[in-house]
Design a protein around this ligand. Structure first.
Ligand SMILES: [Zn+2]
Ligand SMILES: [Zn+2]
Length: 237
């Protein structure tokens, strides 16, 4: 009974058509991608070697760390899987609908457990600028953070970390240096006492170069965060 009511509610809230391939979605709990597209989505498991620090998929298991994350200020970044198929649909859908499907919530809880983030004491979402949040009406990273906070029983701080500069939306053609410059020194901590001594799990929708996460971690550590790990829905590669 409850499941039928819930599924009807999801059918109303979510488009019945897969954002990846246009097929009908017959299982509403999968969100805005169909079962076939979920099957093609690369969800990280223990078999795929990742960079110890930034979580970039590595072709060789013999190298434990890639060079692209040298100097990044966070401790460890992990994602549910690669930014393609159903995870891409989830990230795109989350920009207009502030809701996580049951499938995403389940994958998020699994990623939290298997990556050893249980010793986090505070969950913080990567903030939007005030202007962007007004345009969108909500912060998609905060939606993910609140969902994980409820599952993991960890407090979510949605106000201490702030974005002080309004940067343009990252375009697909922007190279790594341009992306880095667009977020450099964009973050500050409004209430440092709430961050001091906390082991922070920083949440975002997608990790691309890692520059945003690194500058957020820098601001949080400047205020005494003992650790800053990162968890995102998807990893662009
Ligand atoms: Zn599909
Ligand atoms: Zn790396």
């Amino acid at each position: 009974m409850f499941r039928a009511v819930r599924d009807n509610l999801y059918s109303t809230l979510f488009p019945a058509v897969c954002l990846c391939c246009g097929a009908s979605i017959t299982t509403p709990s999968l969100g805005n991608a169909c079962a076939d597209c979920w099957n093609q989505t690369n969800i990280f498991d223990e078999c795929l070697p990742l960079c110890n620090k930034c979580g970039r998929p590595e072709p060789s298991a013999s190298r434990l760390k890639c060079w692209q994350c040298d100097g990044h200020e966070y401790d460890r970044a992990r994602s549910l899987g690669i930014y393609s198929f159903a995870l891409k649909a989830a990230v795109v859908g989350l920009k207009t609908q502030p809701h996580l499907s049951p499938k995403l919530r389940q994958l998020l809880a699994e990623a939290f457990d298997k990556n050893g983030f249980a010793d986090s004491t505070l969950i913080v979402a990567v903030p939007l600028s005030r202007q962007r949040k007004l345009e969108r009406g909500f912060n998609q990273a905060e939606v993910i953070a609140q969902a994980l906070g409820r599952t993991a029983g960890i407090s979510v701080d949605a106000h201490s970390l702030v974005r002080t500069k309004h940067s343009p939306i990252h375009r697909a053609g922007m190279d790594e240096k341009a992306r880095d410059l667009s977020v450099k020194n964009s973050f500050d901590v409004a209430r440092p006492k709430l961050i001091d001594g906390q082991s922070v799990l920083l949440i975002d929708d997608v990790l691309t170069t890692g520059a945003t996460a690194s500058y957020c971690a820098k601001a949080l550590k400047r205020c005494g965060a003992s650790a800053v790990n990162v968890l995102t829905l998807a990893r662009a590669v």
